[in-house]
Design a protein around this ligand. Structure first.
Ligand code: NAD
Length: 367
């Protein structure tokens, strides 16, 4: 018998523009939201930000050209003060999740609308989630004021994203789809988005790696990242994101590579507790199992499949597992320090996940 449907679905009010050459739309998109723009750009995007600044003309209120990963509170405070000084009534942010993150830190305090111009596949542009780091403590929260109002995707901007960063960032996006698919907050619509996001990313990335200038592949990857960010912002994440949050914050490991190294093992960990979600993910990957499909894709595109390779020591697995399980969070399979430690050790070793992990459960909340 098919299950009786029950869900809550919230559609984010985000306008999205995706086209080759969309960089030249940014100033017009900014005009829809305000009169004076604060322009934030990460270092790699400075020349592109110069083009936006020229298009904005006297509607440019100020610029921030330095962005630090994980948004340190000191930088966030200085940026809020600077935004106030300039009298900006909106923000344009161009760059990866870190640039979007700094814009969100300002929007959280000043409630300024954001035009996000993402240049990686992190997906932050589609979420109301902010993150701030103080010392080795990373805090995140949800606030609709930080959800960008407009997102401009221009595949041309991603052509210079190194192949290794592209691959890891795409695995980060796939991780959003995987955890959104088995989230208890999933709806039939978010599951469609997640499935299509995985399909698009898995189809695009091998082509991106073969030819980073292939704009058709780059646009399909951005389309997948858009869907993945949408899933991240409208469902709930589980053990995988909790692990990556702890590893990034406490052990200062790079965001996207850590996601890439953990996701196959987190998927295997949950496999028998969300079989319907896993079957759809496996189908989207064209693989026998979701975990193996993810691992095979990562290997094919040269993304990390081992935590040891991204700088995590197996000897820290016990401590990290304690930190991960220190507070409760939703996940299909129950978590405890021992099982998370074993997951981390498997991720350190980086072997292909086995076909089966545990006997199947009776109830399956996933769609
Ligand atoms: P990032 O923004 O730190 O960028 C990684 C590197 O790539 C940087 O050196 C950057 O300069 C460079 N880069 C970016 N785009 C480039 C391009 N097109 N060409 C060449 N170089 C380019 O990394 P990220 O993975 O995009 O984002 C990670 C951050 O975003 C983390 O702090 C993470 O917590 C946050 N994040 C937040 C959310 C959310 O919903 N709040 C979602 C995903 C990620």
């Amino acid at each position: 018998m098919p299950p009786t449907l029950a869900f809550i679905h919230d559609t984010p009010a985000v306008r999205a523009v995706l086209r080759v050459g969309a960089l030249s739309d940014v100033a017009d998109e900014a005009r829809r939201l305000g009169r004076r723009a604060l322009l934030i750009a990460d270092e790699a995007m400075k020349p592109r930000a110069d083009e936006i600044a020229a298009d904005l003309g006297d509607r440019l209120a100020g610029r921030i050209d330095e962005v630090i990963m994980h948004v340190p509170v000191e930088q966030a405070r200085a940026a809020v003060a600077y935004a106030r000084e300039t009298g900006a009534d909106m923000i344009v942010a161009i760059g990866g999740g870190s640039a979007t993150g700094l814009a969100k830190a300002i929007a959280k305090e000043l409630h300024l609308p954001i035009v996000a111009v993402p240049t990686t596949y992190a997906g932050s542009e589609m979420t109301p989630i902010w993150g701030l780091t103080e010392g080795d403590r990373k805090t995140t929260g949800r606030d609709l004021h930080v959800l960008p109002r407009t997102v401009v995707y221009d595949p041309v901007l991603t052509v210079g994203l190194p192949v290794s960063t592209s691959a890891a960032s795409a695995m980060n996006a796939i991780a959003h789809c995987v955890e959104g698919m088995y989230s208890s907050a999933a709806s039939p619509v978010t599951s469609l988005l997640a499935e299509e996001g995985v399909r698009a990313l898995a189809a695009a990335l091998p082509r991106v790696v073969a030819d980073p200038t292939d704009l058709a592949a780059r646009s399909e990857a951005q389309y997948g990242a858009w869907l993945a960010g949408w899933v991240l912002g409208t469902t709930g994440m589980g053990v995988h994101h909790k692990i990556c949050h702890v590893l990034g914050g406490t052990y200062d490991l790079p965001h996207a590579p850590v996601h890439s190294a953990v996701i196959a093992y987190a998927t295997a960990y949950n496999a028998d507790y969300a079989p319907a979600a896993m079957a759809r993910l496996a189908g989207a990957l064209g693989a026998a199992t979701a975990a193996q499909g993810i691992w095979d894709l990562a290997r094919q595109i040269g993304a990390p499949t081992s935590l040891a390779a991204v700088g995590f020591r197996e000897s820290d697995a016990e401590e990290a597992a304690r930190l991960v399980t220190a507070s409760a969070f939703a996940n299909p399979r129950p978590v405890d320090p021992d099982s998370v430690r074993d997951l981390l050790i498997a991720a350190c070793r980086g072997d292909r996940p086995p076909e089966r992990v545990l006997p199947p459960q009776i109830s399956d909340p996933s769609h």
